[in-house]
Ligand binder design. Structure first.
Ligand code: ABF
Length: 218
């Protein structure tokens, strides 16, 4: 089975978690794109959605879903999104798709985060995937120095300006044994908009696709 087929499988399974009659939070990335496709193909009713990226907004609108401004939405029930890595405690690295800030905002508004991945994203310890950090451009060098002092090797992501007009440093070489502490530490560096560690609020349910079917971790 290809990775793409696994993504479709988990995307289909996530349809069961769409709440009837209330706002749905929708993340970004290729797995989420397949989830949106499945909503369209199966004509699953979605009352309204909040979206984590311009690309997601476009995709949702193209299948007729009403996308609303988070400022006009109350905290809602379910946010569905992918991840770059997920550890056994449901901490995640996210932001490979450069949408981490909006993803974190929507996560903070959701009662439940349903993470949809293929099995390749499950790891024992976070950090093999370079940790994305969204930054204000004028702080780039100072943030990079601070990240080096924390033991990482930050690399500016080429040709990448986020939907918020910011840049991304991808931090290589970290072995993240205490995700919550590192999330808090990096969040406090002046010039950091968001770190792509989701530990203070990780996933509540992980759906992961394997050749034997979709498994659910709670
Ligand atoms: C988003 O999409 C991101 O936080 C993460 O970077 C990425 C995962 O993408 P994919 O589903 O393409 O692997 O959820």
């Amino acid at each position: 089975m290809t990775q793409d087929e696994l993504k479709v499988m988990v995307a289909k399974a996530a349809l069961d978690y769409i709440p009837a009659g209330s706002v749905l939070g929708v993340g970004s990335g290729s797995t989420v794109m397949k989830f949106i496709e499945q909503i369209g193909i199966n004509k699953v009713p979605v009352a309204a959605a909040v979206s984590s990226s311009n690309k997601t907004t476009e995709a949702l609108k193209s299948i007729g879903v009403n996308v609303v401004d988070p400022n006009e939405t109350q905290p809602y029930d379910v946010y569905i999104d992918g991840a770059d890595e997920v550890d056994p405690n449901f901490n995640m690295i996210k932001g490979g798709g450069a949408c981490l800030t909006r993803e974190k905002i929507l996560t903070s508004m959701a009662k439940k985060f349903i993470c949809i991945v293929d099995k390749s994203k499950l790891v024992d310890t976070l950090g093999k995937f370079p940790l994305p950090v969204e930054i204000i451009p004028m702080a780039r060098e100072q943030v990079a120095r601070t990240l080096r002092a924390l033991g990482g090797e930050p690399v500016l992501r080429k040709d990448c300006i986020t939907d918020n007009g910011c840049e991304i440093l991808d931090v290589h070489g970290l072995k993240i044994t205490d995700p919550l502490a590192l999330e808090q530490k990096i969040n406090q560096i002046p010039g950091v908009v968001t770190v792509g560690l989701f530990a203070a609020k990780g996933a509540d349910i992980v759906l992961y696709a394997t050749e034997e079917g979709v498994k659910v971790l709670k």
